[in-house]
Design a binder for this molecule. Structure first.
Ligand code: TPP
Ligand code: MG
Length: 415
């Protein structure tokens, strides 16, 4: 798979992984200087997963990061200064100092949905984003990440089931870093491969070596293309390892030494660098240039962040409640005149659509699992209302027992 990538792609993946690590190293220094006001989570050793997956998206696509996805934010175009200021709760940060970690997004330009702390909740949200994009004819794909621990939440399953049923163009990255706080995977889920969770929802899945950036990228690219083409959601399990504790406060002494040693020997940046050198895609001079570029960039970004003021006290009382138009300005980007796609003309064929979607038909032409039958079109509205009223009174009970109820009546009986 490595050979499929261009030299530029290989080098960009390397650059973003190095940038990801350098940004987090800088934040550890800031944390130790007491300049970080919130929690600080590390993605040390997981950079290939964050970077390789996000790199497979197009500019118009949407993502929602989790705490260990700073790499994905950098790939999507978030400047390091925003990440520093956000963690330092500075006034110029995306949340103007109101949040001390990674709870920020950019709906207008970068198409990033802000995460919240509740694990799994981004899954139905991003499924919704994917469906909205389809409705607007935008051909977008949405992506979010979930941990091994987070994959056991109820909303993971509800969300994935919803996305699968709706055939949402959505890619979910299950970042299996072997630990959820101090709980190892085998103590919280009886599966060898977490990708098998996809089987429950009838969707495709992949397993990748989460520490091999080229593998992560190539596989995610395939998944993104399939989702965009209408194949429905796809789950990718990236097998990787959380090299540090849950956050700065956790020395993670519960991790067996051999396990740590194994994964340290599979560092994603070192592995990719070795590959680049052996293929003569990078040499010592090129490496030094990349290091210098990152050092210069981060020095300037850090200086900007440190010089940004703390928010004024009066800001605390603003923005707590929605104030109307000045609060949320999320405007849909319509590709066609609204009148063409809004009711009553919403039956106009979409620019891009899933075959059979909305007509009760599955992609193979058969009835979709959620199909209850077509409403007869030839009856006047009043007549069909009174017919269904009569049905509900006199025959609903009988219909529940009937071996093959008429579709419209079965819908009534289920209520
Ligand atoms: C619904 C929910 N339950 C519990 C928590 C508390 N919590 C935050 S992170 C975490 C561990 C998550 O582990 P995992 O999903 O494997 O992600 P990792 O930290 O390894 O990246 C827990 C239990 C939460 N934020 N949300
Ligand atoms: Mg985990």
């Amino acid at each position: 798979m490595k050979k499929e990538l261009t030299r530029q792609q290989h080098l960009e993946l390397y650059y973003y992984m190095r940038l990801n690590r350098a940004v987090e190293d800088t934040m550890v220094k800031l944390f130790r200087q007491n300049k970080i006001v919130g929690g600080l989570y590390s993605s040390l050793g997981q950079e290939a997963t964050s970077v390789g997956t996000a790199y497979a998206l197009e500019k118009k696509d949407w993502l929602a990061p989790m705490i260990r996805n700073i790499g994905a934010l950098l790939v999507k175009g978030v400047p390091p200064r925003d990440i520093f200021m956000q963690h330092m709760a500075k006034y110029d940060s995306p949340t103007k100092g109101k949040d001390g970690t990674s709870h920020f997004g950019d709906l207008e330009n970068l198409h990033i949905v802000s995460p919240i702390s509740m694990l799994g909740d981004l899954i139905p949200v991003m499924a919704g984003v994917a469906i909205a994009g389809r409705y607007l004819g935008q051909k977008i794909v949405s992506m979010t990440w979930i941990g091994d621990g987070g994959s056991s939440t109820g909303v993971f399953h509800e969300g994935l089931n919803f996305a699968a049923t709706q055939k949402a163009p959505f890619v979910l990255i299950l970042e299996n870093n072997q630990w959820a706080y101090s709980t190892p995977v085998h103590c919280q889920v009886p599966l060898e491969n977490l990708a098998d969770r996809a089987k429950a929802y009838g969707i495709a899945s992949y397993i990748v070596d989460g520490n091999d950036v080229a593998d992560v990228y190539s596989t995610t690219r395939q998944a993104v293309a399939r989702a965009r083409a209408g194949d429905g959601p796809i789950l990718i399990e990236a097998k990787t390892f959380r090299r540090l504790g849950h956050a700065q406060h956790d020395p993670a002494e519960y991790v067996p030494k051999e396990m740590r040693a194994y994964w340290e020997a599979h560092d994603p940046i070192e592995r990719h660098e070795k590959f680049l050198m052996s293929e003569e895609l990078l040499d010592a001079k090129g490496k030094a240039e990349i290091e210098k570029k990152i050092e210069t960039l981060l020095a300037a970004e850090r200086e900007f962040a440190e010089n940004s003021p703390m928010p004024p006290p009066e800001l605390a009382e603003q923005g707590a409640y929605c104030t109307g138009d000045d609060c949320h300005k999320i405007a849909a980007k319509w590709e066609r005149p609204k009148s063409e796609v809004m009711p009553p003309k919403s039956s106009v064929a979409a620019v891009w659509s899933v075959k059979g979607f909305g007509q009760g038909k599955a992609s193979d032409g058969g009835n979709a699992p959620i199909h209850f039958g077509d409403t007869p079109e030839d009856k006047p509205a009043d007549e069909s209302k009174s017919a269904s009223r009569a049905m509900s009174k006199s025959s609903a009970k009988k219909l529940v027992k009937a071996p093959s109820p008429k579709p419209a009546a079965s819908r009534k009986a289920r209520r």
